[in-house]
Design a protein around this ligand. Structure first.
Ligand code: AMP
Ligand code: ZN
Length: 115
């Protein structure tokens, strides 16, 4: 666990966050700067720098992240109207925190294409 990684520090409990889910592989928190009425971040417990670093050993984890997203969407009341899952990868993708996370945005219609 890189001690300078923001999301590793949140996942370990060292830094506070508005946590709404935690299991053996995934932690979900509310984004500190929400871009929609519901803006949740699904974090892997394992430090993986980005989707670009996901390997064959991580396929269960990626599936688990999607299952938790579906579970939380129902709990948050956005599953009916729909929502968007976003993974930013690297500089052009707009990634600012180098620890695997999936954004879940809902509660308003999303534009396409994204900016
Ligand atoms: P990305 O740009 O895809 O790497 O997303 C990083 C996200 O983390 C951004 O939406 C930030 O608002 C969010 N963020 C940064 N610091 C925190 C924090 N301490 N707690 C919750 N969310 C955070
Ligand atoms: Zn990390």
């Amino acid at each position: 666990m890189p001690s300078d990684c923001l999301f590793c520090r949140i996942v370990s409990g060292e830094l506070p966050a508005a946590q709404i889910h935690a299991d053996e592989s995934v932690v979900a928190i509310r984004d500190i700067s929400p871009q929609a009425p519901t803006h949740i971040l699904l974090l892997s417990r394992k430090h993986i720098a980005s989707v670009g670093e996901v390997g064959p050993a991580d396929t269960d984890l990626m599936g688990r992240i999607c299952a938790v997203a579906a579970e939380l969407a129902t709990r948050e009341g956005i599953s009916q109207d729909g929502y968007r899952l976003v993974v930013n990868v690297g500089r052009n993708g707009g990634q600012t925190v180098d620890h695997l996370h999936v954004h879940m945005l809902g509660g308003r219609p999303m534009a396409w294409p994204p900016g």
